[in-house]
Design a protein around this ligand. Sequence first.
Ligand code: NDP
Length: 247
Amino acid sequence: MAIKDKVVIITGASSGIGEETAKLLASKGAKLVLGARREEKLKEIAQHISDSGGKVVYKKMDVVNPEENDDLVSLAKETYGKVDVIFLNAGIMPNSPLSSLKTNEWNDMIDINIKGVLNGIASVMPEFKKLKSGHIITTSSVAGLKAYPGGAVYGATKWAVRNLMEVLRMESAQEGTNIRTATIYPAAINTELLGTITDQETLNGFTSLYDEYGISSERIAKVVEFAIDQPEDVNVNEFTVGPTNQP
Ligand code: NDP
């Protein structure tokens, strides 16, 4: 009931967790606004959702560009008149040992995984402050909770997301803005994410791990659904979610 007619923006909606979350929330009656860089994929997903009776619009955008984040929020307001939830989910994971000095990939992760989230917060905050209500959900990672070799920069970006969200929660409570926050820490979820790894040895290691343990991104979609589907006075703050048998 809490989900029906809620206006939900999702970044990174062209595959994986974002795609499945869009499909699930649309099936529950949410009104979707999808963003990512691959327009063709967004078009296909939007077609699938509208063919199933859901409400959806989409826009090609790069989370690194602040104006394109603003455009996504504007699209939501123009189409549906408001924004209730933003799911800041876009991310990449080109893991590698620090010693391989893939500095361009370090910068891309910082830009997309951290600045992308900040850009989304900056775009939606004026609307949420005006409404005195809103819900910001992010996809961090278990890499934001636990260090591992190969994950120095990716983990650092996901630790950053954790800190941003916890401080946002505290400040929103202090300021009485009624903005809710939820941070999700997934473990191995089968998506296109491993496709961003260019270091062959690292990729081999992750491919075996995901082949052995990976679970469907629909599992994370259900967590987002749960977070949204709570009464307005309940903030479910953090979720660590992974395969039952993943050590
Ligand atoms: P996918 O690769 O399937 O999805 C990533 C999404 O992010 C795509 O829609 C991609 O779309 C989008 N994206 C990447 N860069 C940008 C950008 N610059 N601007 C806009 N959109 C962008 O992987 P997942 O679904 O797994 O990833 C979703 C989130 O989940 C990420 O933040 C990831 O770090 C996190 N995560 C995933 C885990 C897993 O095991 N799969 C575990 C823990 C966390 P496009 O390329 O079209 O722009």
